[in-house]
Design a protein around this ligand. Structure first.
Ligand code: ADP
Ligand code: MG
Length: 690
């Protein structure tokens, strides 16, 4: 049960000062609904105010903190801004400039008074000025001296640093007392502050080093987050061992042979091994919890399907869940010949069917007739739909956050679970993401896979590319053209793809260009993909929605605009959309200069390697160099404090401590408090198991 003392942290951000109705929606979208979510929203960079007593020797664009005396106000006219004329302690003149009308100016900056001003100094016509100073402090006794390091938070539209900072500081002032869960010995060795002090320091840094992941307070918080996560995973895995499945598979030694004989290609030995391991897991009394890792195109689907067919032959229901409707239909289409062969129809269930077939499908799922169901992830919310569900397969599970992943595993405590993942996780990070989850790997690519010719090119060379495209579509080639997600908060993504699609349509003809993005759904989307696969519209301009689940073997060119903005795994995944057929395949990564050194290295890695595991390792190494782009894909972003690169030692320390001190919610008084803070209490159902 959540301790009462946490009520404030778990109340809605709506009641924080300055949030109210206006900012509630955008803040909730940015951080989450609760005070604790905002408290865990970390500053990413900072402004360092330099304290100066005189403006002499200050530089253009320098961030300064200075005491000034107000001399006079020059009110705005239609053509001139409001100017507040001031002098510094040496008598040098400087003006504060306001372009926006502000009726409080004369009250806030009364003539004759001294104020501490923080802002960016500019020299305009050789005269020093500060436009819209960020902060104005009084010199009065009760005021704290202004902080010279000002943390800057990631924002979204309509929110300001001020809004966020004020709300966060309010939470910090009201932090409930917090018990200590870190073993005393570790705490002494590391000289870490308490949890509350660590949060204070994180949000109110006094030096730039205080914002570093390796500062003592940030290490402590990373330890806490890791500990909560590891304990939760371990507890789920223990529960899986204790639970007994309702149905177990009858062993059938000839199954794999029969299955192989009915598919149009021969399985790789990795695929064979994975299938045998999975069938074995399914014949054991405790539920399977297995992760199947394999690069894009490594052939995970057929492995999952072998398990599904085996279950169906035993009369058990399976469900295959995919993240998008498109992928659901594609799986259904690809698998239905095989399923027919075995005599099992495939049912699909998505949110977007017309009411009638959906109802029919639901009936069949409930009465147990539907042995094979393919649906969107939403389906899992309703496991009770099934009569005798035996196997749950989750495709593209890397799309889930840490909490969702855990709750999926927990929901499967009496069924077999197979998780498919296409974003390889470096070995060193397996533990933190999955604990001791069993894993199978498909390292070997199906035979005949060609390397994809990958080039990196400046977007300024677009005209040359356009000639090549013209030639290519004459030869019946199929081209994906991907534009990046510029800012998730706004509709810029849409305008970017739309703009590019229009430009290409003008150049190559309307009939040759189609557009697909997240807002195009259902049959419209399916039609677009159909027209593309049949070469009716050979150029498909797309947002990153095509990242998963589009299987058009004839597509042979992938062009990615602003490749420098994507994560490496994501680029690799996108590239994997081509090179699935007979033709030679090409990937062209377009970048907009200037490229940072790290960005250059990253693009080179993609150009030189087509091994997802290698790319993931390299990505991890490079991101330590301070490149924040691409974290969305890595999964790091799902944690608040853990930076998997910087905090490797902490991960080891946590594993060590858990063993050494046998840390568990049952053995340690304050661990439930920790789990509550990181919101694992809901998933773990601590009240029951504890
Ligand atoms: P992913 O692992 O990315 O989900 P898929 O399961 O979609 O990959 O497989 C990609 C393609 O490779 C599919 O068209 C599939 O039929 C084909 N495929 C899978 N295994 C083999 C194999 N052993 N030999 C030849 N083709 C295969
Ligand atoms: Mg797949």
């Amino acid at each position: 049960m959540r301790p009462d003392s946490l009520a404030f942290l778990f109340s809605s951000i709506q009641s924080l000062p300055g949030i109210g109705k206006n900012h509630h929606a955008s803040l909730q979208k940015l951080v989450g609904p609760l005070n604790i979510d905002l408290l865990f929203h970390l500053p990413r960079t900072f402004i360092q105010w330099e304290h100066v007593s005189s403006i002499k020797n200050t530089l253009h664009d320098q961030h300064i903190s200075i005491t000034l005396t107000v001399r006079s106000h020059q009110k705005s006219s239609p053509r001139t801004p409001h100017r507040v004329l001031c002098i510094d302690q040496d008598g040098n003149h400087i003006s504060l400039v306001y372009f926006q009308k502000n009726s409080y100016l004369e009250k806030n900056l009364p003539v004759g008074e001294q104020k501490i001003i923080q802002g960016k100094i500019e020299y305009y016509r050789n005269q020093p000025q500060i436009t819209h100073p960020q902060h104005i402090f009084s010199l009065h006794k009760n005021n704290q001296p202004p902080n010279l390091i000002e943390p800057l938070y990631p924002l979204s539209a309509s929110l300001t640093q001020f809004t966020l900072r004020r709300a966060i500081q309010h939470i910090l002032k009201n932090l409930p007392p917090c018990p200590e869960w870190i073993p005393q010995k570790t705490l002494n060795n590391q000289k870490w502050p308490s949890f509350n002090d660590a949060l204070q320091k994180t949000h109110s840094p006094s030096t730039p080093q205080d914002l570093e992941p390796l500062s003592p307070h940030r290490q402590r918080l990373a330890y806490d987050e890791t500990l909560a996560h590891q304990i939760s995973i371990a507890s789920t895995q223990n529960d899986a061992k204790i639970h007994k499945k309702i149905y177990t598979l009858a062993p059938n030694p000839s199954f794999l042979k029969t299955f192989s004989s009915l598919i149009p290609f021969s399985l790789t030995s990795d695929q064979n091994n994975a299938i045998l391991t999975i069938l074995n897991d399914m014949s054991l009394p405790s539920p399977m919890q297995r992760l199947l890792q394999g690069d894009v195109g490594s052939g995970k689907t057929i492995v999952a399907f072998a398990a599904i067919i085996a279950a169906a032959q035993n009369g058990f229901q399976s469900v295959l869940m995919a993240p998008t409707e498109t992928l659901v239909h594609q799986h259904a289409q690809n698998l239905s010949p095989l399923a027919k062969h075995f005599g099992f129809p495939i049912y699909t269930l998505t949110g977007n069917h017309s009411a009638k077939p959906q109802k029919n499908t639901l009936e069949n799922i409930q009465n147990g007739n539907a042995l094979i169901t393919i649906g969107t992830h939403a389906l899992f919310q309703n496991k009770s739909l099934f009569k005798n569900l035996n196997l749950v397969v989750i495709d593209e599970q890397q799309r889930f956050g840490v909490h969702q992943r855990l709750s999926l595993l927990r929901k499967g405590l009496n069924t077999d679970m197979l998780l498919l993942t296409a974003t390889p996780i470096p070995r060193s990070l397996m533990m933190i993401h999955y604990g001791n989850l069993n894993a199978s790997f498909l390292k070997e690519k199906p035979p005949g896979r060609k390397l994809i010719n990958t080039t990196v090119s400046n977007i300024q060379r677009l005209p040359e590319l356009e000639h090549a495209i013209k030639r290519h579509i004459k030869k019946n080639g199929l081209i994906y053209w991907v534009c990046p997600l510029v800012d998730e908060g706004q509709n810029t993504e849409l305008s970017h793809v739309t703009g590019r699609a229009e430009q290409l349509a003008q150049q190559f003809g309307e009939h040759n260009v189609a557009l697909i993005h997240g807002k195009i759904k259902g049959t419209e989307r399916q039609n677009i993909i159909k027209n593309f696969s049949s070469a009716k519209t050979p150029i498909l301009v797309a947002s990153t929605v095509i990242e998963v689940g589009i299987d058009v073997p004839a597509a042979d060119v992938m062009i990615i605009e602003h490749a420098e903005r994507f994560g490496l795994s994501q680029l690799h995944q996108l590239r994997g959309r081509v090179g699935r057929g007979q033709n030679d395949a090409f990937c062209i990564l377009l970048y907009a200069p200037p490229l940072s050194h790290v960005a250059q290295q990253r693009l080179n890695i993609i150009r030189q390697s087509q091994d997802g595991f290698f790319i993931a390792e390299k990505d991890l190494e490079l991101r330590g160099a301070g490149d924040v782009l691409g974290t969305r894909q890595s999964g790091d972003l799902q944690f608040h404090f853990i930076n998997t690169h910087e905090h490797r030692k902490i991960l080891d320390l946590v594993s060590h401590d858990i063993k050494q001190y046998q840390i568990s919610p049952q053995n340690h008084e304050h661990i439930p408090h920790l789990l509550s803070l990181f919101q694992y209490d809901k998933t773990l159902n601590l009240t029951k198991s504890g």
